[in-house]
Structure formats: structure tokens, C-alpha cells
Design a protein. Structure first.
Length: 140
């Protein structure tokens, strides 16, 4: 079954598993209706949020690089860039901060780009993006 990353207008995201696009569209249409009506969005009672984008993956996007490896060439390049970016005016780098950034290189999620607020939150490339026109009936 495919996995659907749902990105909301608030910038939050969630991953759901549906049988196919038809089932996803039914669930997302209902969620959008709830958001438009000010209803709760799920079992914890939080308000439903409007859907902004949906990305589809054949495997869960959290499975990005589970071995947490990269080529020595790529790692060397990334480390050089990190050291340059993190150095202060005296070219001193806080090692604990550098370690955190290095750990982030293989983390499955990426930082949010303010220029693309509804982009995928995952580093894994989506297999496709759901056309959002099906929500037009709900929002009009």
C-alpha cells in the first residue's frame, strides 16, 4: 500500500497509508470538509487543518537511508561545507554542534524551506504528487 505525506496549510505534515488514490481522496476530502467547518481533525480532538499538498511514496518516507551511510566523497564535501558554515570569526567550530549537524545528514526529514512552505518534509524523493483539484468541490 502506498504512503501519503499530507502537508497542511499550517506547515505541519502527517503520513497516512491508504489502499489507493481513490481511498486517499475520500479521506482527505472529509478531512478538508472538517477543516472548513471548524471541526476536529482526529482522535486527539485538535482542529482539522486544511490540506495544502499530498506526496505519495511506495515505501514509508522515514525509510530514507536506514543504513545511515553515504559515500566518502559526499561526506567529505558535506563536512567541508559544514565546517565552513559553522566557523566563527576566528574559524573556531563548536564540535558538539558539528556532531549534531553531521547526524542530521542522514536524518530522513529535512528543514522547511520558507520559500516552499508546502514542500515535502522528507529527504526521500516522492514517487508522485497527488493532484489537489479533487478538493475544489470541498472548498467551494
Amino acid at each position: 500500500m502506498p504512503f501519503y505525506e499530507i502537508v497542511f496549510e499550517t506547515g505541519r505534515s502527517s503520513v497516512a497509508c491508504y489502499e489507493d488514490d481513490a481511498e486517499a481522496k475520500i479521506a482527505l476530502s472529509e478531512h478538508q470538509r472538517r477543516a472548513m467547518s471548524g471541526e476536529v481533525g482526529g482522535p486527539i480532538g485538535a482542529p482539522a487543518e486544511r490540506v495544502a499538498a499530498v506526496y505519495i511514496y511506495d515505501e514509508h518516507p522515514n525509510e530514507f537511508n536506514p543504513a545511515q551511510t553515504m559515500s566518502a566523497e559526499v561526506l567529505t564535501k558535506e563536512l567541508t561545507n559544514l565546517v565552513k558554515a559553522m566557523g566563527d570569526d576566528n574559524n573556531v567550530v563548536q564540535v558538539d554542534q558539528l556532531v549534531t549537524e553531521v547526524r542530521g545528514l542522514t536524518h530522513p526529514m529535512q528543514d522547511i524551506d520558507p520559500k516552499q512552505p508546502f514542500a515535502s518534509r522528507f529527504k526521500m524523493k516522492e514517487d508522485k504528487k497527488l493532484n489537489m483539484k479533487f478538493l475544489d468541490e470541498v472548498t467551494t
